[in-house]
Design a protein around this ligand. Sequence first.
Ligand code: NDP
Length: 607
Amino acid sequence: MTTLESEARPKAPAFDKDALRRKYREERDKRLRADGNDQYIQIKDQLAHYLDDPYTPVVDRAPKTDHVTFAFIGGGFAGLVAGARLVEAGVTDVRIVEKGGDFGGTWYWNRYPGAQCDTASMIYMPLLEETGHRPTEKYAHAPEILAQCQRIGRQYNLYDNALFHTEVNALEWDDANTRWIVRTNRGDAFTAQFIGIGTGPLHVAKLPGIPGIERFKGHSFHTSRWDYGYTGGDPSGALMEKLADKRVGLIGTGATSVQCVPHLARACKELYVFQRTPSSVDVRANAPIDPDWFAEIATPGWQLRWLENFTDNQSGGFAAEDLVQDGWTDIARRIREKVMSLPPGEMTQANMLAAWEDADFEKMEEIRARCEALVDDPETAQKLKAWYRQLCKRPCFHDAYLQAFNEPGAHLVDTDGQGVSEITEDGVIVAGQHYPLDCIIYASGFEVGTEYKRRAGFDMVGRNGLKLSEAWGDGMRTLHGVHVHGFPNAFFAQPTQGANLISNVPHNLTDTARTIAAVVKHARDHGMTRVEVTQKAQDDWIELLLGGPPRLLGSPDCTPGYYNNEGKDPGPAVNLFVGYPAGPSAYFRFIEDWRRKGTFEGLAFEA
Ligand code: NDP
């Protein structure tokens, strides 16, 4: 791969561990708040317009009342890859139901300037080998990822049966006829022998519950509904020329904000970035992918080799080489080196955790040193420093975010952990100071900790009227994260209780797609009409998971955010948000073996 000369990494200065621990605690404590997730407001009623699709007009169509073999809810990576594998397995009538106006899921909605993948394209973009697409950059930008989604849709004829701008609002198992009844907000009531659920974890935009939010008379939108009509420019990053005379406020400094701030800072007359908690922003080092290099490495099976290599490196395994070489594998390498440097007799759990903490302090000190190295104004540089462990919040990587605050019109308004206190008709108030604005852009993220059925828009009703919200009343229960007892012929495509590989979610999804296609093919080849996980297999799996290590993300010691339920005790159900005890690589090997055996242990098939 052609590699751009990466910036020199500032060395971590000497540090006092106790002082850092104290600082982390103080910074967390000042952000803790009693309302947790309820500080955000659901987008509905008079705010519903924030969810309107600015990209594709909604087209009238007749409701569907037919039958398909497989219906998949969600047209993002999960649905596309499952659809592709099902087509390969001979199922030609796959119907994907998607609330957006095209395929892409998160990449359909998130077209904000600067959007790009944070995990390397070679492993992040699905089905590269099958479609023959060569990523143009180490970290592809959003339009290229959206185009890949559309390419998959075309190549596997998934457009023919797809329903866009359609939201499922009821999903019910019809036991007598061995099929699911799918109802939608477009009046559809069709049936499907099998269903897949791939609605993703971050698809319901949310707004901060700042008093006065509905009073603002200027222009405003959420980053996942970027209004290029107002800003000018386009998703490829063209200058947003219409902002040249505008005072723009951006609320939020998470992964989305980090990517769009450089573009806004260049375009706006004045940009005010309202910060409650700084993100950790490490080196990105994006680079074009050299076609000659790619031609050399892209030998049959290359993408799976890369996926497995990344997963080995990133999740604590040992691989002879690091093909991807990015911020994620760097985190893992540093922890591994520290742990391995312990003398053999001192490899206790406590020492290993201390070694991990040491690696984290070093890494975060380097990231904090970057702020001083790249930001001209020393006070702004201080305010951009993140005071928590790297995995407390979503780690960010960018080579232009910090420097954007050197632009003459770009202002960081740090709220000392308290957030914007009020929105007025013509601006916002922070710590008693009024900032007049023409436009407010909400980079305020997506619902994570809210109830599953609120985010999905439906509560699945399985065998004997069992609702999913009841089946999971005291926590999620599955076999492999895919099959749920009481819900025949249904498949869940998501990482939890499977590999749980958070650093590269598509790897989980592409693997689950293989499982879905293998099980459906087996059923059809053997004249079976229904398949369901047995209670025992599900219970055994849950017992295995609960015997494993606790979850990696979401420590209550962390600064609040969606990783740790905004700092509030999420209750015992959270203990089920774990993956295979031996780790993601071991899970992928285990499940490949499970599929290859062809007996699909734990599933009961019926004619
Ligand atoms: P986040 O939920 O990460 O960020 C929301 C931001 O809004 C936070 O900075 C939050 O502050 C801030 N906020 C909330 N309320 C207020 C307030 N009252 N005043 C000021 N600020 C406030 O959303 P994002 O859209 O940035 O990211 C969501 C997730 O999407 C990411 O974590 C990532 O998983 C994914 N993503 C992935 C990308 C990729 O892979 N390329 C790119 C972008 C996003 P605080 O931190 O204090 O809560």
